[in-house]
Write a protein that binds this ligand. Structure first.
Ligand code: PMP
Length: 305
């Protein structure tokens, strides 16, 4: 079965979904994207799409910022996405990439007087940070302030900042880079939110700290509270707190829950997967695969049974 894309209001083979070299968003980064996972459950022969509606709500908020008119409601976007996955007949973990973009073939830096469009495609995609516990560096690139480019939206142009960070980290032999906010507080990874475990509580940067408000972040906060009785404190975090935390871990749709073993070659805790991170990771995998009935409402089945 060839992969399909939903492009210009219809399903087409992915290879045929092409845009012009003059497309506005290609030149100026005027697009908003999402990253959504579909998780393969082999016993049930089902793909569960995780928190689909919440991803499209965030996309819609980003579109409002960029003055992009979405051609579909959130419910329609959800239906289109389920149909896309069904058409592709995947039997493995997948990653779904919606993109709302300024589609005019026009030059000139602006947001106004331009046509918009929406596309979505899906590809097989396994683990992103492919290790038990990752090694991070502190990025020399800071996250921008909300009045530079709002990091609360997945604006394509903004992700140059993330790309600088990721490549710098890899060049230095790390797996991921952690960025600081304009004021110098710990902000987030290039594609993940960050959590610390301090005195048995979770601590994570607040929403107004130049972070993307992650859906995995929200999932982990809820699972920690409901299932482990662990409270989360959202407050500014100093750099030095990273090095003295009992545990650190990253969360994201691509990265799931990934424990951090080291930051700038300093061991975090005992340098191994921490107890809290390990428990949350186990719970999280159960939930996203549709194996925990309490959270099945977060999982949209792609295939009809
Ligand atoms: N921060 C950034 C910069 C990201 O790109 C992502 C990935 N979307 C996240 C955090 C995590 O967000 P989510 O859990 O919604 O995937």
């Amino acid at each position: 079965m060839p992969p399909f894309a939903y492009f210009q209001k219809k399903f087409v083979p992915l290879a045929e979904a092409k845009i012009s070299v003059m497309t506005h968003s290609l030149h100026y980064g005027t697009a908003v994207f999402e990253g959504i996972r579909g998780n393969w459950n082999s016993e049930q022969e089902q793909i569960y799409i995780f928190r689909l509606k919440e991803h499209y709500k965030r996309l819609e908020d980003g579109c409002r910022l960029l003055r992009i008119k979405l051609p579909h409601s959130i419910d329609e976007l959800c239906r289109i996405t389920v149909e896309l996955v069904r058409k592709c007949s995947f039997r493995e973990d997948i990653y779904i990439r919606p993109l709302a973009y300024k589609s005019s073939e026009a030059l000139g830096v602006r947001l106004h007087d331009l046509e918009d469009d929406f596309l979505v495609f899906a590809i097989p995609w396994g683990r992103y940070l492919d290790m038990d516990a990752c090694r991070c560096g502190i990025s020399s690139w800071r996250r921008p302030a909300d009045n530079v480019i709002p990091p609360s939206a997945k604006i394509t142009g903004l992700y140059v900042n993330n790309a600088f960070t990721k490549t710098e980290a890899m060049d230095k032999g790390f797996d991921e880079g952690i960025m600081l906010s304009p004021a110098g507080y710990v902000s987030e990874g290039s594609g993940e939110n960050i959590f610390l475990v301090i005195d048995g509580k979770l601590v994570t940067p607040p929403v107004n700290n130049s972070i993307l408000v992650g859906i995995t972040r929200d999932t982990v906060i809820k699972l920690a509270k409901n299932e482990l009785g662990i409270e989360t404190i959202e407050r500014p975090i100093d750099l030095a707190e990273l090095y003295t935390a009992d545990e650190c871990f990253l969360t994201g749709t691509a990265a799931h829950v990934t424990p951090i073993a080291e930051i700038e070659n300093r061991k975090i805790g005992n340098g191994k997967v921490g107890e809290v991170a390990g428990s949350l990771q186990k719970l999280y995998f159960e939930v996203i695969k549709g194996d925990n009935p309490r959270y099945i409402g977060w999982c949209t089945p792609a295939y009809e049974k």
